[in-house]
Write a protein that binds this ligand. Structure first.
Ligand code: ZN
Length: 396
């Protein structure tokens, strides 16, 4: 049994044939709604190219914001990328017309359907909303477009009205329906029930668009998949309105490793994608951010170092190289004897148990916290393990 995750995988229950879950990345639409984010035309094009090369299925951008966004959308569509470019706007003919001007093949339209959105945002009745939704889909279809419809704030809408809208959209020929938890109010079982309600009624492929206001976005995205959604919305680093949506890195890694979804993502680009956004926005992901954070693969406690130096899988679910990150080990008051001994070997000092113990206790009494962290490359691991093996053989 070589796979350290073997038993965990049994709990994860992979007996069924895994379903393919797609990713729509909305860094260029939702991401630009994050406070302080505004990409230039060139940056948008580069982000689109990189997302396409990474392997997302759809890339969403909104041409209706400004002339500049319209220009970006048109240019990105012209690139002939593998991913569908989804041109996003309100459920209005005039917004569909802007997408048509950009030569879009895929459009997305959104319309609030909860009572609060109808009353205090749109100031229209349910009947008017239903009519507007259907007319938008019919208009898009009459122009040969593929259309996704987002029933905005759907998780807070009257379920009867939600189903009525979804049924009417399906009848009008909609290609996908996005089920959003717009204010991030659902817990995972709530998201499951919300999606299931719609899934049981209609056959149209479904998207999950979930917000992270209480920190449940990632869990809710996957709860939605369990209930029948086959596309998750992400942004690079999870940026978006307020606290954002699930991050591309976490979704792509979870799909690949935990859900065994047959995607073809270049996971080793994940940290570069995160850096790209950091450069373009000056939003630095917090160091403990899963997958891409600078501490995501840092090992510190002495007992952890001792294990990681022998076999990193002892404290890593996935090798850092697979996701473009690097393993580092931290030396300081927690390093312990094995950590100290490793540090001494790096400094070219002769290995000696007694001295390593003295260095470890010296580091403790210095009370200076962490002194340095250094990369731990695979070749070092091998060397350490080999040294140990040699030592073992000698002592036999
Ligand atoms: Zn959103």
């Amino acid at each position: 049994m070589n796979d350290p995750n073997y038993y965990a995988n049994i709990y994860n229950a992979y007996n069924e044939k895994p379903k393919k879950i797609r990713i729509l990345d909305s860094t260029l639409r939702e991401g630009e709604q994050h406070p302080g984010v505004s990409f230039t035309n060139k940056q948008r094009i580069q982000i689109a190219w990189m997302l396409d090369y990474f392997g997302v299925d759809q890339i969403e951008i909104s041409p209706v914001i400004s002339k500049d966004h319209e220009e970006s959308t048109r240019t990105i569509i012209k690139q002939g990328l593998k991913a569908d470019i989804v041109s996003h706007g309100r459920a209005l003919k005039e917004d569909i017309d802007i997408s048509l001007r950009c030569d879009a093949k895929w459009v997305a339209a959104y319309l609030g359907i909860s009572d609060i959105h109808l009353k205090d945002k749109l100031r229209i009745s349910r009947d008017e909303a239903l009519k507007r939704a259907v007319e938008t889909v019919e208009y898009a279809k009459s122009h040969g477009l593929k259309i996704r419809f987002t029933v905005e704030d759907g998780s807070r809408a009257d379920p009867k009205f939600l189903l009525q809208v979804c049924n009417s959209l399906e009848e009008a020929g909609v290609d996908r329906i996005s089920l959003p938890d717009t204010v991030g109010i659902l817990r995972p079982i709530g998201m499951y029930n919300f999606v299931k309600k719609v899934r049981d009624e209609i056959d149209t492929p479904l998207d999950a668009h979930v917000h992270n206001d209480i920190g449940f976005a990632l869990a809710n995205a996957f709860a939605a998949c369990e209930a029948g959604v086959d596309q998750i919305h992400t942004t690079i680093d999870g940026i978006g309105e307020r606290t954002g949506i699930p991050s591309l890195a976490e979704v792509a890694v979870a799909l690949t490793y935990l859900f065994k979804s047959p995607n073809d993502f270049r996971l080793d680009m994940l940290q570069d994608l995160s850096r790209l956004i950091e450069n373009y926005t000056s939003i630095k992901p917090y160091d403990s951010k899963p997958i891409v954070g600078s501490s995501a693969y840092k090992h510190k406690a002495g007992t952890h170092l001792a294990a990681v130096l022998r076999n990193p899988a002892a404290y890593e679910p996935i090798p850092p190289r697979a996701v473009g990150n690097r393993r580092r080990i931290v030396f300081g008051e927690l390093a312990g004897k094995t950590g100290a001994s490793y540090l001494m070997s790096l400094l070219g000092l002769e290995k000696n148990d007694r001295r390593a113990r003295a260095v470890a206790s010296g580091l403790k009494s210095l009370r200076m916290g962490d002194l340095i962290d250094i990369p731990l490359e695979d070749r070092f691991e091998k060397r350490i393990i080999n040294d140990k093996d040699v030592e073992r053989k000698r002592t036999k």
